[in-house]
Design a protein around this ligand. Structure first.
Ligand code: TXA
Ligand code: MG
Length: 310
């Protein structure tokens, strides 16, 4: 992708004025604002129609500014060294001196932090004097946007500027890991747990459906395309769209495929856009075939399960 510095400057100027802009990341697009500013963070919640108690992820360029705001620990440093910048979000304790807006965290003492890899947003972060709070670009409970035109579809003129970054390469949100005590996965995401376990050299507990919700990615209804979804379907009903993992020879207009050759990463990358497409093609419900439940396939199944609670 060709990088346009004038665009990045435009985003920077708006963010400096406490406005919100949409930014590309390798996972999904985000609705970004100055994480140190109450005004900017309030605007993010309003734009997304997001409940105030659902805290925002804060995006940093590197460790330099993070050290002002959070307590770092060994597990964090190990994972940071291996995977950052990249599609992993860490929950850490904030320092008493943290400058993060209380609006961003709903006064929580913890902070979810991430170091996005997308080159456009990395340049933007490097230019800025503050980290950016950015939840996924979608209306609360709906599917995240993975292209600038999908952001436009969802937010229209409500968003002042969309920084172009092409299609998100991962296409699914970051993996969230709580590192305050014993590492614990709070949201399955674009980085496979198996790889994280290898680096920490231990099995990590998974807590993605707690009775007490600590991350709304954990909400049971989420990532919804706005129409009903049935899972693990072998035989579809009349007039349903059929979403299959791997392309087959059947050539019917109501058949949609996540991947040509059965590649899980490709399937994750295509998932949200295909769900949107089915809705646009006017189907009233979606039947989904079986999707392999390994690696990123687990994340795909997690999102589809939550979407099916619509
Ligand atoms: O890939 C991503 O992570 C994208 C891109 C834009 O970076 N962002 C994203 O943000 O998915 P969002 O807000 O849609 O999801 C963040 C999740 C929410 O479920 C939120 O509740 C949780 O992170 N979260 C935020 N702060 C937290 C905290 N202090 N403790 C636990 N969970 C937290
Ligand atoms: Mg989200």
């Amino acid at each position: 992708m060709k990088i346009n510095l004038a665009n990045i400057k435009k985003a920077k100027n708006l963010l400096n004025k406490r406005e919100c802009v949409a930014i590309p990341t390798e996972t999904v697009y985000g609705i970004a604002g100055n994480a140190y500013s109450d005004t900017a963070c309030k605007k993010i919640f309003r734009l997304k129609n997001r409940p105030a108690k659902n805290p925002l992820i804060v995006h940093y360029y590197d460790l330099k500014k993070l050290r002002d705001d959070c307590e770092l620990n060994d597990n964090f440093l190990k994972l940071y060294k291996k995977f950052c910048p990249g599609p992993i979000t860490f929950v850490l304790n904030q320092k008493k001196t943290s400058k993060i807006s209380k609006i961003a965290t709903n006064k929580k003492k913890t902070l979810a932090v991430r170091f996005p890899k997308h080159p456009v947003t990395r340049i933007l972060l490097k230019y800025l004097k503050f980290p950016i709070a950015a939840p996924s670009a979608n209306i609360s409970t709906k599917i995240s946007a993975v292209t600038s035109s999908e952001v436009k579809e969802d937010f229209g003129k409500k968003i002042k500027y969309i920084l172009e970054g092409g299609r998100s390469s991962d296409g699914i949100e970051s993996t969230i890991i709580d590192l305050r005590k014993k590492p614990k996965i709070l949201r399955l995401g674009a980085l496979e747990i198996e790889i994280i376990q290898k680096i920490l050299k231990k099995k990590i507990s998974i807590n993605i459906n707690p009775s007490k919700i600590s991350a709304p990615g954990q909400l049971r209804i989420h990532y919804s395309p706005g129409i009903p979804i049935r899972l693990n379907v072998k035989k579809i009903k009349k007039e349903e769209a059929f979403l299959l993992f791997k392309k087959n020879k059947i050539n019917k207009t109501n058949y949609y495929f996540l991947t040509k050759k059965g590649n899980l990463k490709e399937a994750a990358k295509n998932l949200y856009t295909i769900l949107r497409k089915i809705k646009k093609d006017n189907y009233k419900s979606i039947a989904v075939g079986k999707i392999p439940n390994k690696g990123i396939g687990k994340t795909i199944n997690d999102r589809l399960l939550r979407a099916s609670k619509f």
